[in-house]
Write a protein that binds this ligand. Structure first.
Ligand SMILES: C[S@@+](CC[C@H](N)C(=O)[O-])C[C@H]1O[C@@H](n2cnc3c(N)ncnc32)[C@H](O)[C@@H]1O
Length: 270
């Protein structure tokens, strides 16, 4: 068995997917759920793919990726999860090299998903008005930056999402995509529309129907066209004890309605 590189991040994964992130460096660390130990000594002689016992737990040593980083993230505000983030990323065409604005940044739930797909050529601008939230998001993003192989150019702007025009123009000119996750998205849309390139998209994350309706009216009054509005409904299935697979017993929860609108060329006056 070969040791991994000094300082690398390692995830110790329970069979059910729970995971603990630790760095292969000398010195005692406390890992919530696992206890206190010297990670360098603990991992000595172990490589990715090996099984390791820590206390009572039997774990697999894995190379961490987004899911392991998210399992370990600190949370302050409500976070956007894989169900909605994955949908937004695909529908909005966010990928390698995209220039993306997102806010409020909160604990970086959405930002981590976006950063994971932008590659090193992408640009992500996150905006957060509450420093006590920004500090949590920043710590989560910095750790993700050490865990995944490519990380975008990332800017965390302290301020109001509705007043970031100059910062966005300075950083990347215009935007391919912007995602608004604040209580009143419809107030932010007019400031975002001029920053979008033609064909660029804005999304509003709207927990309630009134937020959806007001955001819908707002994007239309800015001349954007609604490409998709609705909600993603997720239903997990389980293996039944007497054989077969079936929907699980857990309720189907609501997160938010999503609204995606695109910037088109203005119509000529008749
Ligand atoms: C629901 S949380 C965002 C969660 C985040 N998108 C995630 O996935 O983890 C909303 C955040 O927006 C911030 N916020 C509210 N209004 C804002 C504004 N006008 N400009 C920037 N941030 C704002 C709040 O402080 C809060 O942290």
């Amino acid at each position: 068995m070969e040791d991994g590189a000094d300082g690398e991040w390692v995830a110790l994964r329970e069979d059910d997917g729970r995971a603990y992130l630790l760095r292969r460096v000398p010195g005692e660390v406390k890992v919530k759920g696992l206890g206190r130990f010297d990670a360098d000594q603990l991992l000595s002689g172990y490589s990715f793919g090996d099984r390791i016992t820590v206390g009572q737990k039997s774990l697999t040593v894995v190379d961490p990726a987004l899911p392991e980083a998210r399992r370990n993230m600190a949370r302050r505000a409500q976070v956007i999860g894989a169900k909605d983030a994955g949908f937004l990323i695909s529908w909005m065409g966010i990928g390698v090299g995209s220039r993306v604005l997102e806010g409020g940044h909160g604990s970086a739930g959405l930002a981590m998903h976006i950063a994971n797909v932008l590659g090193s050529s992408g640009t992500l601008i996150s905006v957060e008005s509450r420093p006590e939230h920004a500090v949590v998001g920043k710590a989560n993003m910095e750790r993700l930056g050490e865990v995944i192989p490519e990380f975008p150019e990332w800017h965390l702007v302290d301020g109001d999402l509705g007043e970031v025009g100059n910062a966005v123009r300075e950083i990347c000119g215009s935007l391919d995509a912007a995602i608004i996750d604040v209580a009143e998205p419809w107030r932010i849309v007019p400031a975002i529309e001029p920053l979008l390139r033609a064909g660029g998209r804005v999304a509003c994350y709207c927990p309630t129907t009134i937020q959806l309706e007001k955001s819908w009216e707002s994007v239309q009054s800015q001349g954007l066209v609604v490409e998709w509005a609705g909600e993603m409904i997720e239903r997990k299935w389980v293996k039944a004890s007497k054989g077969g697979v079936r929907p699980g017993n857990q309720p189907m929860g609501h997160t938010a309605f999503l609204l995606i609108a695109a910037k088109i060329a203005p119509h000529e006056e008749e």
